[in-house]
Design a protein around this ligand. Sequence first.
Ligand SMILES: Cc1cc2nc3c(=O)[nH]c(=O)nc-3n(C[C@H](O)[C@H](O)[C@H](O)COP(=O)(O)OP(=O)(O)OC[C@H]3O[C@@H](n4cnc5c(N)ncnc54)[C@H](O)[C@@H]3O)c2cc1C
Length: 433
Amino acid sequence: MKIAIIGAGFGGMAAAYDLRKAGHEVTVFEADATPGGLAAGFKEPGWDWSVEKFYHHWFTSDQHMFRLFRELGVQDKVLVLSPKTVMFYREKFYPFDSIPSAILYPGLGYGINKVRFGLVGLYLKMTTNWQPMEKTTVAEWMRKYAGAKVYREMWEPMVIGKFSEKYAGQVNMAWMWARLHARTTKLATYQGGFQAFVDEFAAKVSALGVNFTYNTRVNLIEKQTDGSLALRHESGSETFDRVLVTISPAQLARMAPQLPPEYLKGLLDLKSMGAVVMVIALKQQLSREGYYWYNLPKTAGFPFLALVEHTNFLPPERFGGDHLVYCGDYLEPSHEYFQLSKEELLERFLPSFKRINPNFSPDWVKKSWMTRTSYAQPVPLVNHSKNIPEIETPVQGLYFASMSQVYPWDRGTNFAVEIARRASRMILSEPDA
Ligand SMILES: Cc1cc2nc3c(=O)[nH]c(=O)nc-3n(C[C@H](O)[C@H](O)[C@H](O)COP(=O)(O)OP(=O)(O)OC[C@H]3O[C@@H](n4cnc5c(N)ncnc54)[C@H](O)[C@@H]3O)c2cc1C
């Protein structure tokens, strides 16, 4: 079969790998000049490693990624590290990445709330029965089982941070279960950075005979009378037997207007958040304690949700001695941060660095980069499983595997690979494949 894949992110590349290995003729269309999608990185001339445009790491539980590493024979290039994560409480930062540190965290006091927090955490880590949890919100479930204080102090800031005030009260508990159930405190990265893996993966997939067509934005998919699917892109039009789309639901709805109204409505009803992230290269280390990840509740008044000092995860020597700090937030695309220039955003962000390190001075800044995307984080509302669009769309031969269909797990490269490989198996299991 002649198969087109739209998008050269982790999902698109994983599908291309499987479909080509099964003997099909595969072309990947990518709007950008390089592969990697949301997990792509960039590298300055003096750096040995690339850095991700949006902060990225793997959890050691990311089994689909680790399986792929083994299949590609690159598992030796995966580094597992234990960087320090901290929580904010009353102008101080407290480690929060082990049971002893959670016990010492003062935000919940030392009485019944801490016990409830611990027991609920343990239950969520152990149970696999998530389905009933999607019928209720994080707010309802946590207030009931962990208590109002634990919800207010621990979980509400997280859901507001990730989904904004608008959706925080509507996010379902299965999403929270999946996060707590699957995540590990040990984090992994790739020797050379995520982009080094992406480049190696793309090279291996190309070597198998997959054709990558970069700088090519697909605009339209149309079913032809002979049953084939015509793709229209900036440089022309081509027909394929099967098409797998790995982009956002809203984009698919625009791209494939022949999809039946009910499927289109399902795509357009899905909610998601955008993201705005700055990478700032400093002359000096920002976190004097060597903390990697700062969780910052919106109520603390920081102009971003997370501050991540990448060079407390990996040594600055990999980046020519630069100390790299991410400032990031999940926001609706209508948020003013999507309109501000990089300089304006930097002006908003920098004053808060003094709350991390009182000695910070703006002249530590060497360079900065800003990346924004309107599609960064799907919002799983109550009973989300009933709203997930089918991978096999009603247009015969057209398949869809996106972050919005990853569930109950929180989206990530691991699940992009899983869902794309699942879509490939569906294509391959068709009677005429
Ligand atoms: C701030 C942030 C932090 C994250 N942190 C992590 C993390 O720590 N660990 C982790 O594993 N994951 C993380 N993720 C999630 C991870 O990046 C995604 O889940 C994953 O990259 C999605 O892969 P994908 O292939 O499904 O989609 P994408 O990466 O979005 O790939 C889709 C591709 O399609 C291309 N495209 C779009 N439209 C068209 C078109 N019309 N024609 C042709 N091509 C098109 C895009 O350019 C893109 O390359 C993070 C994401 C964000 C935003």
